[in-house]
Design a protein around this ligand. Structure first.
Ligand code: UDP
Length: 242
C-alpha cells in the first residue's frame, strides 16, 4: 500500500482537526493540545493533552473492534495523529449513563451518582448555536437527522460499548459514570462508531479516592488536567497488557 499523506483541512473541531488524505476513504485526525468545556466557552491550551487522548482513544477503539464493535479506527500514526475510515458524522451525541451526574442530575435534581438499575440512554442534537439540545427519536426523524432504525442501532451499540468500557475501567479500579459517543455513515451506508472515546467524553471516578479522573477536573477547576489523563493512560496500558 502506498503511504497515505494528509492533504486539506476538512474540519476544525474543538479538540481535533480532520484532514483529507491521498486516499478518499481515509481521514487523518490530529489531536490538539486544547481543552474546551461548556460548548467552547472555556478554552485552554494544554501541552501533552492531544498525545494522551490520541493514545487512550486508539487503545479503546482497538479494544472495541477486538470485541466485535465495528468502528472507524484504522491506526495510530504517531503521538497525536490517527488514520480513520471516512464517514459522514450523524449530528447526534449518544449518551449512556450508569449513574446520575451532569445534565441528568441538574434536570431531575437526582442524587449525585445515584446508581441506575439499567443504563440510561439519551440523544443530544449536535449544535453549538443551540447548546446541544436533548432530542428524542421522533424529533430526530422529523428533522431528517437519523432514521428510527439508525437511532435503534446507535442505542444498542452504545449499550454494548458501555458493557465493554465498564469492564475495561473496572480493571483500572474506576467506575464509569457516563459517556458520549458519536456515529457516522460509511460509504456503503452503514452506521459505525466514530469520533473519540477518552476522558474528554467520559465521566470516570476512582473507586478508592472517589476523585474525578476526567474532564470534570477542568470543568470544575479541580486542578491540573493532563496528569489526570496520563494516570488514565498508565492504568489503561497496564489493564490492556494483563
Ligand atoms: N459529553 C461530551 N460532549 C458534550 C456533552 C457531553 O463528551 O458535548 C459527555 C460528558 O463528558 C459526559 C456525558 O457526555 O460524560 C454526559 O454529559 P451530560 O449530558 O451530563 O452533560 P454535561 O453536564 O457534561 O454538559
Amino acid at each position: 500500500m502506498t503511504e497515505i499523506t494528509k492533504t486539506d483541512l476538512m474540519y476544525q473541531g474543538k479538540a481535533k482537526e480532520m484532514f483529507a488524505t491521498t486516499d478518499p476513504e481515509t481521514v487523518w485526525v490530529h489531536y490538539m493540545d486544547q481543552v474546551t468545556a461548556f460548548n467552547g466557552k472555556k478554552k485552554v491550551q494544554m501541552k501533552g493533552k492531544g498525545e494522551t487522548n490520541c493514545r487512550i482513544s486508539s487503545i479503546i477503539f482497538s479494544d472495541l473492534a477486538a470485541h466485535g464493535i465495528e468502528n472507524h479506527f484504522i491506526k495510530q500514526l504517531d503521538s497525536n495523529n490517527q488514520l480513520v475510515k471516512r464517514v459522514k458524522i450523524i449530528p447526534l451525541e449518544t449518551v449512556v449513563r450508569n449513574m446520575a451526574s451532569g445534565s441528568f442530575e441538574r434536570k431531575f435534581a437526582a442524587e449525585h451518582l445515584m446508581k441506575f438499575e439499567k443504563p440510561v440512554t439519551e440523544f443530544f442534537y449536535k449544535s453549538d448555536e443551540l447548546d446541544d439540545p436533548f432530542i428524542n427519536d421522533s424529533q430526530a426523524e422529523a428533522l431528517g437527522v437519523a432514521t428510527p432504525a439508525q437511532m435503534d442501532f446507535m442505542k444498542q451499540t452504545a449499550l454494548k460499548v458501555n458493557d465493554r468500557l465498564k469492564a475495561i475501567f473496572a480493571d483500572m479500579n474506576i467506575d464509569l459514570v457516563d459517556f458520549k459517543v458519536e456515529f457516522g455513515v460509511d460509504g456503503d451506508g452503514k452506521v459505525i462508531l466514530a469520533d473519540e472515546i477518552s476522558p474528554d467524553s467520559c465521566r470516570l471516578i476512582d473507586r478508592d479516592t472517589k476523585k474525578s479522573l476526567d474532564k470534570d477536573v477542568f470543568r470544575k477547576g479541580l486542578g491540573e488536567l493532563v496528569p489526570v489523563y496520563e494516570e488514565i493512560l498508565t492504568r489503561l496500558e497496564k489493564a490492556e497488557e494483563a
